[in-house]
Design a protein. Structure first.
Length: 401
């Protein structure tokens, strides 16, 4: 966590460009790092990812000519040994004068998530007494962990209240507390008394020690949407989307529901009912099909004459999950083998064979030699795609064993 609050990103979290000089540079594990005299790039910490952006190096005679500027990408920013390190695409020498520009869209998005996190955690703390014990923002979503459980109903209430704080467009305050103030103030994340404690206050909602960057007002969050609840380490983990992320999520939901609704000729009010109805109907149809297939199988078996050597069925009924059961069932009245041939297209079949008396594995090389057979198997069963003329296949199989 940054303890030096004399940083550009603390003075103004909306400042995007700055000038600086390279004070140090290093490469480790194939990554390049630069340190600067000052920076707007926030280093990863307290759940907030490090900033990204660009660093520009001007040639001496063309300070204002963009074309002559060397552009170096800043991929990540971290704090190590009290130094802010910018992970960059290229190294530049110590002493070089540079201009930096953070990717503000990315920073703004992170501030929307982070300020929202404070509001939600403040509400949870006040209403239920739980502490935020884990917080992370990644490219897609934000998660926060609490050391107590919340039902989905409670979460929806918290979400409503948090969005009320957004609608009220409350100015977010930053305070630097003296050791005396630290003792008298009540705030979350009160870890240890030190010289520098920075407290972020959302009046009436939250007061929390924090070294992250924040929005000026709560209205800029736009919207807070909690999308998931999971039990986590005896408490609960919530996943949330705020700002543009919440809008993108809503747009995606809308698209999926719209498309699904059109497919089922349903609207938002009866979509779930219709899906349930369709599921029941599919289940009933499956049961009906099974009943008919079993009746057919039973009748077929009854009509197998005694001493039948083998059965070859051009199968249109049974699928790949049923063939083994069917073959075993019929094999009870057969001497050598049962074979199902499912036609996929002209002269293209799926072959399923089963035997308890013939070593089918030994027949595979011959089958491959005679036909285009791409399957395999073991002594009692073989299966796979096979290309060949039906009559020839039947003749081949009849001569087996
Ligand atoms: Zn924070």
């Amino acid at each position: 966590m940054v303890s030096d609050f004399d940083q550009l990103f603390y003075a103004d979290s909306y400042q995007t460009v700055f000038s600086a000089k390279v004070t140090d540079q290093k490469s480790s594990d194939g990554k390049y790092w630069l340190a600067l005299t000052q920076t707007c790039f926030y280093p990863e910490g307290g759940g907030q990812p490090g900033d990204q952006g660009e660093i520009f190096v001007s040639s001496l005679d063309s300070v204002d000519n963009n074309q002559d500027k060397q552009v170096i990408k800043v991929l990540h920013t971290i704090l190590k040994d009290d130094i802010i390190w910018h992970q960059v695409s290229d190294l530049i020498p110590e002493g070089t004068e540079v201009q930096g520009e953070i990717d503000f869209n990315n920073r703004y998005d992170l501030m929307q998530q982070h300020s929202a996190e404070h509001i939600v955690s403040g509400i949870v703390n006040r209403k239920y007494g739980y502490d935020n014990v884990g917080f992370n923002i990644n490219n897609e979503e934000m998660t926060f962990d609490f050391n107590g459980d919340l039902t989905w109903e409670q979460i929806l209430e918290i979400e409503d209240e948090a969005n009320q704080a957004v609608f009220k467009n409350i100015p977010i305050e930053i305070h630097y507390l003296t050791p005396e103030q630290q003792q008298s103030w009540t705030y979350r994340s009160k870890l240890e008394l030190g010289e520098n404690v920075r407290v972020v206050v959302v009046p009436n909602y939250d007061t929390c020690a924090c070294a992250g960057t924040h929005l000026k007002t709560t209205g800029e969050i736009g919207q807070i949407k909690i999308i998931k609840r999971e039990s986590y380490k005896g408490g609960v983990r919530l996943t949330a989307l705020c700002g543009l992320r919440a809008l993108k999520y809503f747009q995606k939901l809308h698209e999926v529901i719209q498309e699904t609704g059109e497919l089922l000729s349903a609207n938002l009010d009866n979509l779930v009912e219709l899906v349930k109805y369709n599921q029941t109907e599919i289940l009933e149809l499956k049961q009906e099909i099974n009943k008919r297939n079993n009746a057919w199988l039973e009748l077929y078996k009854k009509n197998i004459s005694p001493n039948t050597q083998q059965i070859i069925i051009k199968n249109q009924i049974f699928n790949k999950n049923e063939w083994l059961y069917v073959c075993r069932y019929l094999f009870e009245k057969v001497e050598k083998f049962v074979c199902l041939l499912t036609e996929i297209s002209a002269e293209k079949y799926m072959i399923f064979m089963y035997s308890e008396t013939v070593d089918l594995r030994a027949k595979i090389p011959e089958l491959k030699k005679t036909f285009d057979f791409k399957g395999g198997g073991n002594a009692s069963s073989i299966q796979g795609p096979l290309i060949g003329d039906y009559q020839k296949i039947v003749k081949f199989l009849s001569e087996i064993a």
